[in-house]
Design a protein around this ligand. Sequence first.
Ligand code: PXP
Length: 252
Amino acid sequence: MTQSMSDAPLRLGVNIDHVATVRNARGGRDPDPARAAMIAQQAGADGLTVHLREDRRHIVDADLPAIMKAVSLPINLEMAATEEMRRIALGLRPHAVCIVPERREERTTEGGLEVARDDKRLREFIAPLREAGARVSLFIAPDEAQVEAAARVGAQVIELHTGSYCLHCADGDDSARDEELRRLFSAAALGKDLGLEVHAGHGLNFENVGPIAAIPELVELNIGHFLIGEAIFVGLEAAIREMRRHMMLARM
Ligand code: PXP
């Protein structure tokens, strides 16, 4: 078996936040994220991701129950480790909660969570979420110390940040891209060894997804911005199906 082959099916989680970004540019109800959720389900998405940011710039509180009612797919709620967000998660009881770092001035989630330096607080933050039945994931850089810390604080899942890899794909720096890919491969292997389920995401598109989808320990990719952008040209269903095809090809 070569390194790029895996028997594990690779799930696709579709992040529909940016449907809300377009809606919020005008106010009102259109386009409706719950409708996007239904189309993603029809297109064969395995799950949906929504990021309720502190400033509510994408999805807003009322979107969450509407999306959960519209589909039967598992919902992955991305959120910062704040009391307000935990209260919302405990009320909604989504399938999974992915804890991300959040800064108001950033355009997107720029870095991974600093788990190693914040382990006591995170352990206490995670415990009630797990008790309520949520699968808790931490969004981290592909860094050995962070993977080990994620296992220590009681996360069941890690999501590896692919943003740097994607940036190097775009800027044509092949050696930096390969180095980042190497870090992703070894973080995924370590995560699995430590008993964690390993996901990845951020910045993925048709061109750069192949080498990531080929990492054998990965069981889920979460992809948003590119798919919603591509949907403008080909429709959301076609964009999701094409992404799935690229992921499948990488696993063959
Ligand atoms: N995973 C996490 C934890 C994220 O914060 C994001 C961005 O919201 C994504 C995946 C999806 O990234 P993108 O929108 O670039 O595909």
